[in-house]
Ligand binder design. Structure first.
Ligand SMILES: Cc1cc2nc3c(=O)[nH]c(=O)nc-3n(C[C@H](O)[C@H](O)[C@H](O)COP(=O)(O)OP(=O)(O)OC[C@H]3O[C@@H](n4cnc5c(N)ncnc54)[C@H](O)[C@@H]3O)c2cc1C
Length: 455
């Protein structure tokens, strides 16, 4: 008879769940990982990885088209959507295979079924009841579908999963929602030639981004039409009717992407019946403990930060605190304010910590400096004198502690971890000025921003 008793049962194998399982397996725990769809979860199968693979194809296409200014003749460059899709599928299946291998190496037992939480320490999957000393809930999130007239069962409407496997690039794409997912797909399809309109209810795209950086990004994405402060009223096929200041407009498209956000997957697997406290997501403390004994929750399902790297860290924190009840004293707690974000549009954007706009809204005093990306020689060499890009730093006027760093332009996502470390270590702007940056690198714009602050 197969084993039904485990030290830890993990429900959901996205970045949060699979990494927690792996860490616990390596720590010598007997771990069961239950996943109903595919290892890797949203991120690997229909999120971070497939989008970035397609965006890289679009970026190569754009670079080839613009290569003339760098002395490279790539006239007549074209792209093949079917081959881009095939490459995306190859990347995804390779990485999913890698997760399976990593779990095996860590000695984790994987069950491919839908799990149901029957109470602390008890989970049923495919007719078998498993018991464990601890349960980690990592069921992720699902796309939100607003109850708009004409949206349900409309074949012209796709979500972020459906749009990944369109059989052709749409001539006209309407994107409802100007958050990360909406902006990334707008960037992808506009680069590939679609006529893209983003309809956003808020006065600016990317609500977590510094207002003037978001405006700069929007202007840089000049092929996309942004309709801000607009409320979508209804859909009729691929016609989208929205209103602004009481005036109604109908936009004709071929495909409509519903990208109004995602909601924590808290329903349908026993969370409420088991007595888990839910407030938007499953309520957790900074060690990822829920209100139920030995039931932990990590990743998107907590509703705290819907990002894969936040899920990884939450998974590590839960694993560390399960393995050692004193782990929190060694700093194994979630520090939500230092989670960086990145948007892989063209140009790329990334940030960590407080924005100037946020500080203003909170009535808080901050020192800020913003420098153009052209302060970096490498940026000019590789992007030109007029390419959009900038770096902004937000500093506490009394302690000089760095509170936020925001970057727009090539490699932004790759360099933001350095700024994250500055925030994590609570460094001052003077500390940051003493750091030696390699030259020439685009990351030098962060150093330039640090020197531009008037203390
Ligand atoms: C289009 C798109 C692009 C994105 N791009 C990025 C990006 O570039 N960077 C980034 O940081 N984040 C990105 N994200 C967000 C990222 O995918 C999520 O933050 C991340 O996947 C969350 O990880 P998770 O482990 O919490 O849950 P998920 O990855 O959602 O995994 C949860 C898993 O649990 C399984 N599950 C649910 N219920 C049950 C059950 N009852 N029994 C068994 N299994 C169950 C699901 O099948 C799923 O596999 C993107 C998301 C989307 C949709």
């Amino acid at each position: 008879m197969s084993e039904t008793r485990f030290d830890v049962i993990v429900l959901g194998a996205g970045p949060g769940g699979y990494l927690a399982a792996e860490r616990l397996g390596h720590a010598g725990k007997k771990v069961l990982l239950i996943e109903e769809v595919a290892l890797g979860g949203t991120c690997l199968n229909v999120g971070c990885i497939p989008t970035k693979t397609l965006l890289n194809g679009a970026k190569n296409y754009l670079h080839a088209k613009e290569a003339g200014q760098f002395g490279v003749d790539a006239t007549g460059v074209t792209f093949d959507w079917a081959r881009m899709q095939a490459w995306k599928d190859q990347v995804v299946s390779g990485l999913v295979g890698g997760v399976g291998a990593a779990e095996r190496k860590a000695g984790v037992t994987v069950v491919n079924a839908r799990g149901h939480l029957d109470g602390p320490g008890k989970v049923t999957a495919a007719g078998t009841t498993y018991t464990g000393d601890h349960v980690i809930v990592a069921t992720g999130s699902v796309p939100a579908m607003p109850p708009l007239p004409g949206a349900a069962d409309n074949p012209a409407v796709v979500d972020s999963t459906g749009i990944l496997s369109l059989d052709q690039v749409p001539a006209r794409l309407a994107v409802i929602g100007g958050g990360v997912i909406g902006v990334e797909f707008a960037s992808l399809f506009s680069t590939l030639g679609s006529e893209v309109t983003v309809i956003e209810m808020a006065p600016e795209i990317l609500p977590f981004m510094d207002d003037d950086m978001a405006a700069q990004l929007r202007k840089a994405m000049s092929d996309v039409t942004f309709e801000l402060g607009c409320k979508v009223e209804s859909l009729d096929g691929a016609s989208v009717t929205y209103s602004k200041n009481g005036q109604s407009t109908t936009l004709e498209a071929d495909v409509v992407l519903m990208a109004v956000g995602r909601r924590p997957a808290t329903a349908g697997w026993g969370a409420e019946e088991a007595g888990l406290e839910i407030n938007r997501g499953i309520v957790v403390d900074d060690r990822m403990r829920t209100n139920l004994p030995n039931v932990w929750a990590i990743g998107d399902v907590t509703g705290r930060s819907l990002l894969a790297h936040a899920a990884y860290r939450m998974g590590e924190i839960a694993a560390a605190n399960i393995s050692d009840p004193e782990a929190h004293r060694r700093g194994e707690v979630m520090r939500w304010h230092t989670v960086p974000w990145a948007v892989y549009c063209m140009p790329e954007a990334a940030g960590v910590g407080l924005t100037e706009s946020q500080a203003k809204r909170e009535g808080r005093e901050v020192l800020v400096a913003k420098v153009p990306a052209q302060m970096s020689g490498r940026f000019i060499a590789e992007n030109g004198f007029k390419a959009p890009g900038s770096a902004k730093i937000v500093v506490d006027p009394l302690t000089h502690q760095v509170l936020g760093v925001h970057v727009l332009g090539a490699y932004a996502a790759e360099m933001i971890w350095g700024a994250q470390a500055v925030l994590e270590m609570e460094l001052t702007v003077e500390d940051l000025r003493q750091v030696v940056f390699p030259h020439p690198t685009v990351s030098e714009v962060i150093r330039e921003a640090a020197w531009a602050v008037k203390l």
